[in-house]
Design a protein. Structure first.
Length: 657
């Protein structure tokens, strides 16, 4: 059990990891019969710990990660009245009183959710807040139902079959909606299935047959959902997870089914989207073709082999193993391989426990009273890169590494209906801002977009921020009002910053696979906005050699600044391209104040020495007044075949506008 089963931080990596990876299993003691587990950095020491629920003991415990997954320590955390039966728990930041994550526990015996807010240093928690829900609550998930930047809770209850939505108001929870279900529920997850509004819900269960029941979020003010939509799956679906399985930008569903030991994959069908109506195409996969391997209990999504798509992991508790189903890249899965787990392995969580960059697994084992950490054995190198609007990172470009900011997709311009400009072009009221990062690699593991903006003209509620482009179905993959994106009033003259994890956007959407497939990221911002900076930072998996380093002497006006590279290809015929820019200088006066206009970048190609070093110097002008400044710099090295060897990036931005 976890704060969200959705795989929204897909690990998209290089072709080097095409082979199916193996896992090394290690068992660690827990309290009796851990029926549910959830991962999170409970003690805020930089690694993921486990919270475990023990219904027979009316106890929740913590299993702390002490040595990168190699040593764990367990101890009771919360005790409840006899018969409370904690059967599920989630770990998430549910308030702002502490940077440590909080814990919400489903108490099946007393029909309550107990919310424990972290306070101070580990293991401090405030007295719990208790919310009464329906009879026989079973599972929970956290999501932002009303898109107000905090985490709400959805709980499935069995008598009567329903979803209770607990709305978060400054860390205080109250039941905001009760949604009747058609199925007798067993599992719940969240994702944005129709690419509009807030995150939706999917519940698995039985109702004469077996179904994934989808609830499309229509919340505007009061919490509401469209009429429930039913999609068949194989019999007795126990678990559910969501992710973009075929890389089309739309979230899909997987269920593990206990009756015949299968996994049902339901691919989102964009052609069926019409407002709040969605559609899915189902395929069933046996856990062991022709062999019944026993009931499954939980399914998790993750790119375990780092090949750029979402794989599936399923616990098979009667067979002492975890089944791994490998994605071919199109949402089609091969026959599974297996990793060892103790008898009685039940609940399953995917996270990074060993701090090596790869997704591991953990199981709670109700028979052996312990937890198992399955350490992902993948070996590869993570390489960080930064692309700054107006400067090339060189991916897929010929010498001299022509610019990354090209004309946006014509379909974006046509669809927007706005007069548009690139973000570093002249500002004009009523014009939309469009920018495209192109030549992106196909092995992105994580990505983050940061921007600094200002509202320069009269604003309106229609001003929106949108990412990605789905040219087939004429919709942006992600879009929200500017006021929500900047978390502040968006009125003329105000400033705002945007920082987005592109693998875990609000609403449960990931753009990583789409960026990898298209090789680009399109950005469209509604009118009346000036963008001062636009930076895309991402990690790749083993794409570049390791070791090139770029350093810069202090940036002081009127002095000579030197950029130095070490670890580059040896000369002859190695070389380094220094990309320095945008230009420095005062910005012209525009409505709302001065604007940093980004001039063309300076490119200098310098041969490297036999030691693999190179340097370039530039005298900065003396500025007698506070300037409008944006300085960015990076270096790209290559060998005699003009093959990109390495990227090393630093950037400095100063704004006085």
């Amino acid at each position: 059990m976890r704060f969200s089963h959705s795989f929204v931080a897909a690990a998209l990596c290089s072709p080097l990891a095409l082979a199916q990876v193996t896992f090394t299993s290690s068992n660690f003691p827990s309290l009796g019969a851990p029926a549910a587990i959830a991962a999170g950095d409970l003690d805020l020491d930089g690694d993921k710990d486990l919270a475990t629920a023990h219904p027979a003991l009316d106890t929740v415990a913590a299993n702390r990660n002490l040595a990168a997954g190699a040593a764990w320590a367990n101890a009771p955390l919360f005790g409840y009245a006899a018969g409370s039966r904690p059967v599920e728990l989630v770990v998430d930041n549910l308030d702002t009183t502490s940077s440590r994550p909080d814990i919400a526990v489903v108490l099946q015996g007393s029909n309550r959710v107990s919310i424990h807010h972290a306070s101070g240093a580990w293991p401090g928690f405030l007295a719990p807040q208790v919310v009464v829900v329906g009879a026989a609550p079973l599972e929970a998930v956290t999501f932002d139902v009303d898109m107000d930047n905090d985490r709400d809770i959805a709980v499935i209850c069995q008598n009567p079959s329903s979803v209770y939505v607990l709305r978060n108001t400054a860390g205080v929870f109250a039941v905001a909606a009760i949604v009747p279900l058609n199925v007798s529920p067993h599992s719940i997850d969240t994702a944005n299935f129709n690419l509009f509004g807030g995150p939706d819900l999917v519940v698995t269960g039985s109702a004469g047959g077996a179904f994934a029941e989808v609830l499309i979020n229509t919340t505007v003010g009061p919490v509401t959902f469209a009429p429930n939509q039913m999609f068949p799956c194989d019999l007795r679906p126990f678990g559910v997870c969501t992710g973009d399985f075929n890389g089309d930008g739309y979230m899909d569903i997987a269920t593990d089914n206990a009756a015949f030991s299968t996994v049902s994959v339901l691919l989102n069908n964009p052609a069926a989207l019409a407002g709040t109506t969605v559609g899915f195409v189902r395929t069933d996969y046996p856990l062991a073709p022709g062999v019944i391997v026993g009931p499954s209990t939980e399914v998790e999504c993750g790119d375990f082999d780092c090949d750029g798509d979402v794989d599936l992991a399923v616990t098979v508790n009667s067979s002492n193993r975890v089944a791994l189903l490998w994605n071919s890249g199109a949402g089609v899965y091969s026959a599974p391989t297996f990793a060892a787990a103790p008898l009685g392995c039940g609940d399953l969580v995917a996270s990074e426990f060993t701090n090596d960059g790869w997704i591991d697994l953990a199981t709670g084992n109700v028979t052996s009273n312990d937890v198992t950490i399955l350490d992902n054995d993948l070996t590869a190198t993570l390489c960080p890169h930064t692309m700054i609007g107006g400067i090339s990172d060189g991916f897929g470009a010929a010498l001299p590494f022509g610019p990354e900011d090209t004309c946006p997709n014509p379909a974006v311009v046509a669809w927007s209906g706005l007069a548009t400009r690139d973000f570093d072009g002249p500002m004009a009221c009523g014009s939309g801002v469009i920018h495209a990062f192109v030549n992106l690699p196909a092995d992105i593991k994580s990505a983050r977009l940061t921007m600094r903006m200002r509202a320069d003209c009269v604003t309106s509620p229609n001003d929106r921020f949108m990412l990605g482009w789905d040219g087939v179905n004429a919709t942006m993959v992600f879009g929200q009002p500017m006021t929500f994106m900047t978390s502040s009033a968006w009125t003329m003259g105000t400033f705002g910053g945007v920082g987005l994890d592109l693998g875990a956007l609000p609403g449960g959407t990931s753009l990583l696979q789409k960026m990898a497939l298209d090789g680009r990221l399109d950005i469209l911002i509604g009118d009346d906005t000036t963008v001062d900076s636009m930076i895309l930072t991402f990690e790749t998996c083993g794409n570049s050699n390791v070791g090139m380093n770029l350093s810069t002497s202090p940036l002081i006006w009127g002095t000579t600044v030197t950029w130095n590279v070490s670890g580059a290809p040896n000369a002859p015929p190695g070389a380094v391209a220094f990309l320095i820019g945008p230009a420095v200088g005062p910005g012209p006066t525009v409505p709302g104040g001065d604007l940093c206009l980004l001039a063309p970048s300076l490119l200098a190609i310098v041969p490297t020495t036999l030691a693999g070093s190179a340097s370039f110097s530039l005298t900065l002008p003396w500025m007698p007044f506070p300037p409008c400044v944006t300085l960015s710099n990076q270096a790209v090295g290559w060998d005699g075949t003009a093959t990109v060897y390495e990227h090393s990036n630093t950037w400095t931005s100063q704004f006085f506008d």
